[in-house]
Design a binder for this molecule. Structure first.
Ligand code: ADP
Ligand code: MG
Length: 332
């Protein structure tokens, strides 16, 4: 099968299947795609690469992988408060594996359709499996949720539940033992994350700063704190008692709970700050989006993140041990 046939068969879809978004004049097939962005909107652009052996195992189920490849990119739009327009995908494939391509494209294009974010172009080459998506979105001028806009005195929130993706990963690594149904639930979080697009959009004009949770709470919140020049204190007891933890994680020993909550990546929930006088507006946004949010702490002058439990601050060494994953932090 040639490159063109491959693209046509697996990635090109007739317009009635969702490729005819109003902003897309021309999709796959020419030298470029043509877009007609809404006048006056800011374009939001982000790329994310998934590399076999680094971001997913060679045994990863292809439909889930297709979903995740787009989901992690849409999550960046969500964290900015942007709505999706379309995406491109650069693909390196070791060989033409028809069942794999069938599953992968199905997962990818199902999420594309559900998110009204059509695939409009890309590149395909032979090579070690590598998936790189660039997503385009739009946001009204000056309303994007920047990392740098947190202010001292803001509340800190997270959406949904945290740690289940990490719990699944630990189970695959053999360090945690989950029963069948629990493992299925956690694997669903790891393999099929839900980008919080509706929440990001609803938080425009309400949240001061936001980021998505790809590397872990302490790490991703750390980006907001550093960019904004503020510190934060999180109430660990509130986090451990609250609804940010699923029953599956609640059944784990305390150290495992902390690892999953504080440094578990791959949840693709949102962490954000908002002024205290907007608490009602935050809850309204959560309700409108159908995604619960939990207040877990506050920001203040200073830097870095402090954790308190039983009125006591945890040692900084403990906190550092929960800082998230960095691809270049250790030799590989
Ligand atoms: P070019 O020679 O200009 O690089 P290609 O032959 O690579 O163009 O691609 C032909 C068309 O197919 C283009 O419209 C391109 O955007 C699209 N395309 C190529 N690979 C992909 C892919 N993986 N997903 C979606 N569209 C693709
Ligand atoms: Mg090309």
């Amino acid at each position: 099968m040639g490159e063109f046939e491959l693209i046509q068969r697996y990635f090109q879809r007739p317009s009635q299947e969702g490729t005819a978004a109003p902003s897309v004049r021309l999709g796959i097939g020419d030298d470029c795609a043509l877009l007609l962005p809404q006048a006056g909107m800011e374009l939001a652009i982000s790329s994310d690469m998934l590399v076999e052996g680094r971001h997913f195992l060679p045994t990863a189920e292809p439909t889930g992988l297709g979903h995740k490849t787009l989901a992690v990119n849409l999550s960046d739009l969500a964290a900015m408060g942007a709505e999706p327009l379309c995406f491109t995908m650069a693909l390196a494939l070791p060989q033409v594996d028809a069942p794999w391509l069938e599953g992968f494209s199905q997962g990818l294009l199902a999420l594309a359709r559900d998110s009204q974010c059509p695939l409009v172009g890309g590149d395909t080459t032979r090579g070690p499996l590598n998936l790189c998506v660039t997503v385009l979105g739009q946001v009204p001028p000056h309303q994007a949720l920047r990392r740098q806009n947190a202010q001292a005195g803001d509340d800190v929130y997270v959406s949904g539940t945290l740690g289940d993706a990490r719990l699944a990963l630990e189970t695959l690594r053999g360090s945690v033992d989950l029963d069948g149904p629990a493992l299925r639930r956690c694997l669903a979080r790891l393999e099929r994350p839900t980008p919080r697009l509706a929440l990001g959009k609803a938080l425009r004009g309400v949240a001061h700063a936001a980021a998505d949770l790809s590397d872990g709470l302490l790490s991703d919140l750390g980006h907001i704190l550093k960019a904004s020049g503020v510190g934060a204190t999180l109430d660990l007891d509130q986090l451990l008692a609250g609804a940010a933890m699923t029953p599956d994680l609640r059944q784990q020993p305390r150290p495992q709970q902390l690892t999953c909550l504080l440094s578990g990546g791959d949840d693709y929930e949102l962490v954000f700050t908002a002024p205290t006088h907007r608490r009602d507006a935050v809850q309204q946004a959560a309700q409108q989006a159908g995604t619960p949010v939990h207040r877990i702490g506050h920001t203040h002058p200073g830097s870095g993140c402090m954790l308190i439990s039983g009125g006591q601050a945890l040692p900084q060494d403990t906190i550092r041990s929960y800082t998230g994953f960095d691809h270049f932090a250790s030799p590989t």
